[in-house]
Ligand binder design. Structure first.
Ligand code: HDD
Length: 737
């Protein structure tokens, strides 16, 4: 090949010259205009002809800065240019650095989880506060005050990895406890029951819930024909449907939702005696959800709303915390209970078996790397240490196969337990070996047992005294594919859930059903769904039928009659279990230039006193200058900080600023949405011009509080503890009728 004349190389390389490598290399601004790149972002770079380019070679690696290397550890001299035959020639296959970098990039993705693909995790610990040594030998439940490391991953179920956080969906609540006798994975949800009773139906359920296979939409929604077709043909789903149509499916934060182990498990003591158990995680932050219209808008404004919330709270030192509660019961209770404790579509009301709080879970550390930890964490329901055991719940039995199986597909082989996030933190010794990516390989000659190599060379041995022993349950009966008769009552607990809700929660359930069924194209599916609601609550069925504009169908054929009127149970309501303070919540403060500094500062002080947080929204991101000349930086420009991102809002504006903001569509939405979502609104008198332009002047109610002085600011924050002024929505609704 002809050599490129030196002059021409110099010309080519001159094109790359600039005092700022980044700008030149990225085809950016001219050298004169380029913004200098800070030294710490500088990079190692060699021009094609250093001489012609003025002899410059930017070489800053050294000192404390590590030298870039390949995966093989070979130091890299130039990471900006591939190896070419001449400055304008073809890239050479010989460029092992390029090939390795590209090969690795091409293989960065692993399959997303077939369900619960979108999730967010954090580290923490479980601390035992009440020993369960009376009922179990599980090491994690023996010593009060002892802390066990934990990793928790929250998730949505139906959406893919890149979907939104505020989909109407169940939330996963998967807890891995690294106990001294092996990992215990309690893979739960934020809803205590499930859609189906037998694991063999799980692929059908998930196929029906996920995007329809021909069109690949809708994403992260159950509002479509396939889902409602399946559930309306599967009456056992209706208890769970009540939960998913309630605000439980729209949590305000991962921090404000409960977690449930769902199934009945067993605790087993040293003598082999078993006690049934249901596990509950109760958030110390209180329960809280958002409303549907708000959720839809949050998804646009901040699709990462939940993960950002968890990240921010933990980094701010506001560590979320849950109590671990257990419901313990014996065979006698199980036999006398109206429902089958092996049926995962049923819960045990807390009034029948009270919750005993035995510990607390605290999340106090975000991950260092999302992929390494949150993505690669592998939960398996079958991971139970000695002293915890399964029941015969057919859903749980099926899960015990599925989780291990799915991790092999997802993480590429049987050695996923070698990945740090999955590895136990207690000693482990076994003879399993080899396979893809094996990190921990046995040393020495012996990889089998029994063997006769003696105590020092022979490796680990089983220990009947310490080891896991399955509960010796007697089982007999013909081999058959049947569903137990004791699983047949599909509606009584669905009704109990509905009557346990306060009025606004019931309204949200009927609104959600009308919304979802309105997205269903086939009238027969809509009608069949309503035929089940008739068994749950005739009033609910009538409201939904009316909302859909259809006449009431006949009731579905119930697998078992009668449907029982169970008493209302307060723990089932979110509103009845809200927080009693504004702690951990977020106030949005909309400011304009000249806004009253005293009121702003009083609001900030009140927020801090309540251990809450605030964010400033302003016409410009640089912020505002208050009445006393203080400048305040903004977190959001008004179009990027809609009121849906906050638990309550305050509009602290001066006359001139208010007049300008009143002309601005995002500002009008800001106040109108806060009002429509029943939020508490604090405002200085000048904000009235904004309300007027938003058409709200006549609607302002007792949850819209005028801020005239510092004392008002304190009172406003105190009012915000109620979180929402639900009466507003009910009044609007009644007016509409
Ligand atoms: Fe499941 C993931 C919770 C029923 C099969 N499930 C998964 C996750 C949670 C749950 C929280 C995400 C774990 C993580 O963050 O990595 N699943 C539940 C609950 C159920 C339930 C509470 C009912 C009580 N699941 C269920 C059944 C089956 C599965 C009946 C199959 C027979 N689930 C899976 C799975 C997943 C999964 C396919 C996908 C990714 C994974 O396991 O790790 O194996």
């Amino acid at each position: 090949m002809a050599k490129t004349p030196p002059k021409s190389r110099a010309q080519q390389s001159a094109k790359l010259r600039s005092p700022d490598l980044g700008a030149a290399d990225m085809g950016g601004e001219s050298p004169q205009k380029a913004t200098p790149v800070p030294a710490e972002t500088d990079i190692s770079f060699t021009y094609a002809d250093p001489q012609a380019a003025g002899g410059e070679t930017h070489q800053v690696a050294g000192g404390d800065i590590p030298t870039l290397t390949t995966q093989q550890g070979i130091p890299v001299a130039d990471d900006q240019n591939s190896l070419k035959q001449g400055a304008r020639g073809p890239t050479l296959l010989e460029d092992f650095h390029f090939r390795e970098k590209m090969f690795h990039f091409d293989h960065e993705r692993i399959p997303e989880r077939v369900v619960h693909a979108r999730g967010y995790g954090a580290h923490g610990y479980f601390e035992l506060t009440d020993s369960l040594s009376d009922v179990t030998r599980a090491d994690v439940f023996q010593r009060v005050g002892e802390r066990t490391p934990a990793f928790v991953r929250f998730s949505t179920v139906a959406g893919s990895k890149g979907s939104v956080d505020l989909a109407r969906d169940v939330r996963g609540f998967a807890v891995k406890l690294y106990t001294q006798e092996g990992n215990w994975d309690l893979v739960g949800n934020n809803i205590p029951v499930f859609f189906i009773q037998d694991a063999i139906k799980f692929p059908d359920l998930i196929h029906a819930a996920k995007p329809e296979p021909d069109r690949a939409f809708p994403q992260a929604q159950t509002a479509h024909d396939n889902f409602w077709d399946f559930v309306s043909l599967t009456p056992e789903a209706f208890h769970m449907i009540m939960w998913t149509m309630s605000d439980r499916a729209l949590p305000r934060s991962f921090r404000t939702m409960e977690g449930f182990g769902v199934h009945t498990f067993r605790l087993v003591d040293a003598k082999g005696k078993s006690t049934f158990v249901k596990f509950h995680w109760k958030p110390k932050q209180g329960l809280q959800s958002v409303v549907w219209n708000e959720a839809v808008k949050i998804n646009g404004a901040d699709p990462d709303f939940h993960r950002r919330d968890l990240w921010d709270a933990i980094n701010a030192g506001d560590f979320p915390e849950w109590d671990l509660g257990v419901q313990l019961f014996d065979d006698a209770f199980a036999d006398s209970f109206d429902f089958d404790v092996l049926d995962a579509t049923k819960l045990i009301p807390e009034e029948l078996v009270p919750i005993r709080v035995v510990g607390r879970l605290v999340l106090d550390r975000v991950v260092d790397n999302f992929f390494a930890e949150t993505e690669q964490v592998a939960f398996c329901t079958q991971n139970v240490p000695p002293g915890i055991d399964f029941s015969n719940d057919p859903l749980l039995q099926g899960r015990n196969f599925s989780y291990l199986d799915t991790q092999i597909k997802r993480l590429g082989g049987p050695n996923f337990t070698h990945i740090p996030i999955n590895a136990p933190k207690c000693p482990m010794h076994h003879f399993q070996q080899d396979g893809h990516m094996a990190m921990h390989n046995p040393k020495g000659r012996v990889n089998y047992e029994p063997n006769s190599w003696g105590a020092t060379q022979g490796g680990p041995r089983e220990d009947p005294a310490r080891g896991f022993i399955s509960f010796a349950e007697e089982a007999d009966g013909p081999k058959q594919r049947v569903r137990s008769e004791t699983f047949a009552d599909h509606y009584s607990q669905a009704r109990q859930f509905f009557v346990s809700q306060v009025q606004i929660e019931q309204k949200h359930i009927s609104d959600a059903l009308v919304f979802e069924l309105s997205k269903v194209e086939r009238p027969d599916i809509r009608s069949r769904t309503v035929s089940h609601l008739l068994h749950i609550d005739p009033g609910l069925a009538a409201t939904v039928a009316d909302g859909l504009g259809i006449s009431l169908p006949d009731g579905a054929v119930a697998a078992r009659q009668p449907i029982t009127d169970l008493p209302a149970s307060d723990p089932l309501s979110i509103v009845k279990n809200g927080p009693d303070s504004f702690k951990g919540r977020k106030l949005g403060i909309l400011l304009s230039d000249g806004a009253d500094a005293a009121i702003f500062k009083a609001l900030v002080a009140a927020v801090e006193a309540d251990e809450a947080v605030y964010e400033v929204i302003a016409p410009k991101i640089a912020g505002v200058t208050l009445s006393d000349g203080t400048t305040v930086a903004a977190k959001h420009k008004i179009d990027g900080g809609p009121s849906v991102l906050f638990d309550a809002v305050a509009i602290v504006v001066a006359k001139e600023g208010a007049a300008l903001l009143a002309l601005d569509a995002p500002t009008k939405d800001f106040v109108a949405d806060a009002f429509a979502h029943c939020k508490f609104i604090g405002f200085t008198a000048e904000a009235r011009s904004i309300f007027a332009k938003a058409g709200m002047t006549d609607d302002l109610d007792e949850a819209c509080l005028l801020l005239e002085d510092e004392e008002d600011a304190v009172m406003f924050l105190a009012a915000c503890r109620q979180l929402r002024h639900w009466a507003r929505e009910l009044e609007v609704d009644l007016d509409a009728r």
